[in-house]
Design a protein around this ligand. Sequence first.
Ligand code: NAD
Length: 242
Amino acid sequence: MSTQPLITFLTGAGISTGAGIPDFRGPQGVWTRDSEAEKTSTLSWYLRDPEIRKRAWQLPAASAVWDVEPTPAHRAIAELEGSGQISGIITQNIDGLHQAAGSSPELVHEVHGNVRRWRCEYCRAAGPMAEMIDRVRAGEEDPPCPMCGGIIRATTILFEEMLDADVIEAATSAAESCDIMIAVGTSLFVQPVASLFPLALEFGAAGVIVNAEPTPFDSAADEVIRGDIQDALPAYLEGLRS
Ligand code: NAD
């Protein structure tokens, strides 16, 4: 039996900025540069306003994820899995880069969904997102459902929507069962996911935060690493191994 500490990661958009996908709240974030952009992630705006949907389909994060590679930090997490030390990877990201780096899908809890598929808001139609991206790139600004003509969207969780109960249950259990929780590239601002960090600490885990900017939980953490994730996280994980 392994005596090494079990680690659960809580990752956010900052782990993927190195892959070219902008975060929301960092200095170059989509919302930092354009406060209106938040509407594209809000259900009522998305359903009500075709202009918002057109912007949602054009967002850099929505189109960039099709062409990017996982970062050294994603790969460092995936490599650690071989040592049996990972109890979960809770991610707020919708880009699928943990799995692309080689992390086992059953360990990755995508609490805000993912952009791999589209679905219709009104009928049961659904399919791979790549086919919708092809339609958008071919000039359809707000592609309608091929079955009923209704509004289609990515299988992400928008503001005003409930999280998937099974996914949040698995994420909660990964937070409660680890020895170390490492929050990486997240402002720890979005609830209820941010509360999984103090929950892990309540259940006895040590808390580590790797982020360029302060978070609301820095003072509760045992260690705060302020450097660039792409250097700092692989170095930190290497240190844990030796
Ligand atoms: P956030 O934008 O609120 O915070 C990201 C944090 O990462 C910031 O504090 C920023 O300073 C830090 N950061 C960025 N690049 C860094 C680097 N190279 N080194 C160190 N720190 C760095 O992100 P969040 O907390 O994940 O919340 C945003 C929400 O938006 C999430 O719900 C997520 O679903 C979604 N989102 C996802 C993606 C994606 O899938 N890649 C991209 C943008 C937004």
